[in-house]
Design a protein around this ligand. Sequence first.
Ligand code: FES
Length: 169
Amino acid sequence: MTKGTDASSHPSGDSRFAVVDKRINRAHHAQDQLIEILHVAQDVFGYLSEDVLLYVAHALRLPPSQVFGVATFYHLFDLSAPGDHTCTVCTGTACFVKGADAIVRDVSEHYGVTAGTTSDDRRLTLRTARCIGSCGLAPVVVLDGAVLAHEDPASTLAAVAGAFESDGA
Ligand code: FES
């Protein structure tokens, strides 16, 4: 990392803002880069908190209402902190035709969490994605950052259970 992007140099004291700054600077603070910048912010923070949304709004000189509107409109953005484990089921066309919906349904029913939310005990966040670019592996699930190929409801439930077990619970 170069000195200019040294996390510790960020006034907030939170190194992750330096990563967002870097992307904003590279976009020359262009307002039409809002979605890209929100993606970067979500990648580094894990979700888009109110503070982060206000930060981006200020940096791009956009009304906060507009930034909040965009963040809530696109289901790929998560405005609440994820749970201990995150299970993202790709529901793009290739995955859908091979049964992704059944995976979403079964995980949802088993853990009592609807897609796009986190279970009440904060242990599992269930998400869907439109296509993660691995259609040859359909149906694809991303569990805690690991890509699982050719999934079905049983294998995904087993993988999630395994992740829980690794917590010692
Ligand atoms: S549709 Fe699922 S990876 Fe492309």
